[in-house]
Design a binder for this molecule. Structure first.
Ligand code: ADP
Length: 259
């Protein structure tokens, strides 16, 4: 699904990804874990074609086997949700229109984008599935952070994509909203679809995730099965501070080790 080789990406003067390589097969469930500034958001923007790598002979970014996948095709095959999208989303758009905007790859609604009756039905179904049927006309800015994030998830799912890429799914949400969001993601995984979560919180790594990639300073520092990669030693090194890690029922918790 994703094949990135030796990609170097600059954000102004900063080398945000440094000869970065990563390959993800269709159907895989992967978490990208790393501290702030590690390059996670840059990686997601590289995949969503918002950023491009420096041209180098041995470097490529292939999505679904192609270096030239059409943006529209990409959007219908991979759903993207990010905190940045939530922050930038037009505040006065009504909830149903937020979902409908996914059909057009748009942010907000515009007069020239006219949804079909089928698209409206689908958007209403998704709204109801999220338990937000009563909020069809509520403006985005009036919704709670958790409700906004659920809407953006529904927006990403309108095309029934094969894969979902989610940047920090539970950050900024209270415990109830975070649990609800993570349960929605677990439901998505149960439909046998791919998921890639980028986060700096191990507690967002849902049990369905099988593979963890640790990134630091724009490079992959470890990549493998979750149980092998998620150790206190590795995470302490990654975050530069002693950490204690616990696993219970497939969920991980990590906290600062008092020494
Ligand atoms: P993460 O998502 O892991 O926190 P980012 O991909 O946002 O990391 O950032 C990687 C590096 O790129 C950091 O050093 C960050 O400061 C830098 N960076 C990110 N966005 C910008 C930007 N818009 N302009 C300049 N530098 C940026």
């Amino acid at each position: 699904m994703i094949d990135i080789a030796n990609a170097t990406v600059y954000r102004q003067q900063t080398r945000a990804l440094d000869r970065f390589s990563l390959s993800i097969e269709c159907g895989e469930r992967v978490a990208i874990l790393g501290p702030n500034g590690a390059g996670k958001s840059t990686l997601l923007k590289l995949i969503s074609r918002e950023l491009y790598p420096v041209v180098q002979a041995d470097s490529h970014v292939r999505l679904f086997g192609s270096e030239t996948v059409h943006l529209w095709q990409l959007r219908s095959r991979i759903g993207f949700v990010s905190q940045e999208l939530q922050e930038d989303y037009t505040p006065y758009t009504q909830a149903l229109d937020v979902i409908l905007s996914g059909f057009f790859g748009a942010v907000g609604t515009h007069d020239h984008l006219q949804p079909t009756p089928e698209q409206i039905t689908r958007a209403r179904q998704l709204l109801a599935q999220l338990g937000m049927g009563a909020h069809e006309q509520t403006m985005f800015q009036r919704l709670s952070t958790g409700q906004q994030r659920r809407l953006l998830l529904a927006r990403a799912l309108v095309h029934e994509p094969q894969a979902l890429i989610f940047d920090e799914p539970a950050s900024g949400l209270d415990m109830g909203a975070a649990a609800a969001m993570l349960e929605l993601l677990r439901g998505f995984c149960r439909e046998q679809r791919s998921i890639m979560i980028a986060t700096h919180h191990v507690d967002e790594i849902i049990p369905e995730i099988e593979r963890v990639v640790l990134i630091q300073n724009g490079r992959v520092v470890a990549d493998g099965p979750k149980a092998e990669i998620l150790t206190a030693e590795r995470l302490s090194a990654l975050y530069g501070t002693p950490l204690t890690l616990r696993q219970e029922d497939g969920w991980y918790r990590c906290w600062h080790a008092r020494v």
